[in-house]
Design a protein. Sequence first.
Length: 263
Amino acid sequence: MTMADWNPEQYRKFASERAQPFHDLLALVGPGPIRSAVDLGCGPGELTTFAARALDVERMLGLDNSPAMLAAAHEHADACVQFDESDIGSWTSAGDVDLVLASASLQWIPDHAAVLRQWISALAPGGQIAVQVPANAYMPSHTVADALAHTEPYLSALGGTPPADPVAEHVLEPEQYAQLLFDLGCEQQHVRLQVYPHVLANSREVVQWVRGTTLTRFQKQLSPLLFEQFLADYETALLAAIGDHTPCFFPFRRILLWGRMPG
């Protein structure tokens, strides 16, 4: 799964809620000059620019593989912050980066042990890595979509094998990330599981939230007409599972991890 077909405007519908874990991630970054930083999976770029200002970064590079996201991100470029297209799963550098930042992007990539090894190898002495991933594959917002994809007409339209939920397939347990940071040489680390207590206007807002993220894997493979039918059926099934509430409490579980290499 790539992010090449993402819609920045759909993603921004819950910009404030999506920004909360990003700000918590930045708060984990320790003191020290940050001459060079990279934001892997920068999306539409607003938070990349915010991070550069908040952390007093000299040079920040935001990378994404979605042309639509990068078109939005380029509006925020300046002398300090630049954006470019790249496959973040294969990105690395020559041990000269002071901060690797990745918020809600690593979950799209398999083999987190290998990817984190690659990213950490890009760090300069004393460099830091800060990553945040969703950990909510068990929630009805995800399980209802997967169950629906295994019914007709969607199962046939998806070639008999619906795309897997990347959160369920790729995201590890917090203690596994802690072990990885230790094994990869981080002398300091912080790993935690956190639940964000979002309150949405109503239960139907959950549909709009996941339409900008996990449902993109179905949108990519279904025709526009069939995807609209999928959305309608998903909303019906989701409301049956979680109830039709106004407002709607939408707890969202995430893993935040930070590590620093020896100086």
